[in-house]
Write a protein that binds this ligand. Sequence first.
Ligand code: HEC
Ligand code: HEC
Ligand code: HEC
Ligand code: HEC
Ligand code: HEC
Length: 189
Amino acid sequence: MKKFLLDYGLKVRLPILLFVVIITFAVTYYVSYAERNNIGYQPEQPIKFSHKVHAGDMKIDCKYCHISADKTRNASIPTVSVCMGCHTLARKDMPEIQKLTEYYDQNKPLLWNRIHRVPDFVYFNHSVHVNKGIDCANCHGDVQNMEVIGQVKNLNMGACLDCHRNAHAKLPNLPNINNGPDYCSTCHR
Ligand code: HEC
Ligand code: HEC
Ligand code: HEC
Ligand code: HEC
Ligand code: HEC
């Protein structure tokens, strides 16, 4: 009797249990894939700033606001005074601009929610990419058409290496591009 129960457990229950565990894992893995990679993360911001209006319709250069993208590791987020260069005049009647002006008058920093981020143990540098002619869109998507900016591209290790190893195929508009390095200490220093 005991042996029968043991056999039943091994032959029937165990495979069923394993099957359920594997399916659950596979489904969870698949369903949470985008979320784990931060894709679709589009937080609400303290001011309703629109890239579509500024970088799209008005065609303001990305580097007018993200001034260090071709100089340092970080692209940087503009200070309120950059906005006020235009908004002391432009659209003063709009509530969002009045809110912006309050930050400026009170000398309060605007705490924008950060969207794209690599973990602390990863070294990334904007200028090495931007100065080789790699367009922002390769890593950030079609920002000119984003009313609210969010992450649309994968920026995990697989994505970094995929481009580093296949730079020609990934960047057809840059025929003279070299592959990026793929030894570990490039990005883990
Ligand atoms: C008028 C100024 C301005 C211009 C022009 C501009 N941006 Fe921005 N950008 C901002 C501000 C302010 C934020 C932070 C608020 C937000 O996330 O909407 C931001 C956020 C971003 C972020 C997200 C940062 C994060 O936290 O991950 C990316 C990526 C970005 N911009 C790319 C671009 C690109 C690419 C262009 C050109 C096509 C561009 N921006 C043009 C002002 C600007
Ligand atoms: C080069 C000039 C310029 C700069 C710099 C600039 N803006 Fe603007 N912004 C404008 C103009 C012009 C409009 C009106 C566009 C329209 O109505 O078509 C506008 C519109 C807006 C609006 C209203 C958008 C809408 O229609 O809903 C907000 C909010 C705004 N800007 C925030 C900002 C913030 C925040 C910054 C700084 C990160 C900034 N702007 C930098 C010129 C500028
Ligand atoms: C090769 C891919 C790549 C390219 C090209 C690229 N970015 Fe980024 N960007 C990233 C990654 C990865 C992060 C997160 C970096 C981190 O956490 O340190 C990021 C973060 C940002 C941020 C927020 C943090 C910061 O650095 O200030 C802004 C703003 C930004 N990028 C704007 C731009 C603009 C504007 C361009 C084009 C001039 C551009 N990026 C080109 C990959 C890229
Ligand atoms: C769209 C293609 C592309 C993507 C995506 C990309 N890279 Fe690169 N990266 C390059 C190329 C091409 C080079 C080599 C540039 C050169 O020196 O000619 C490079 C160079 C680098 C370097 C400089 C190595 C040195 O010379 O010191 C670092 C660091 C780096 N990448 C990190 C990253 C990280 C981290 C990511 C992912 C978050 C990433 N890259 C994503 C194309 C890319
Ligand atoms: C081009 C840049 C780049 C190179 C080269 C690179 N990595 Fe990474 N690595 C990343 C990024 C970005 C992350 C963080 C995102 C992620 O977890 O995928 C990461 C994460 C990791 C993690 C943590 C994984 C986790 O799940 O938390 C390990 C371990 C790692 N890398 C090991 C390596 C080893 C070993 C090598 C050399 C064979 C290497 N990496 C080469 C960019 C790189």
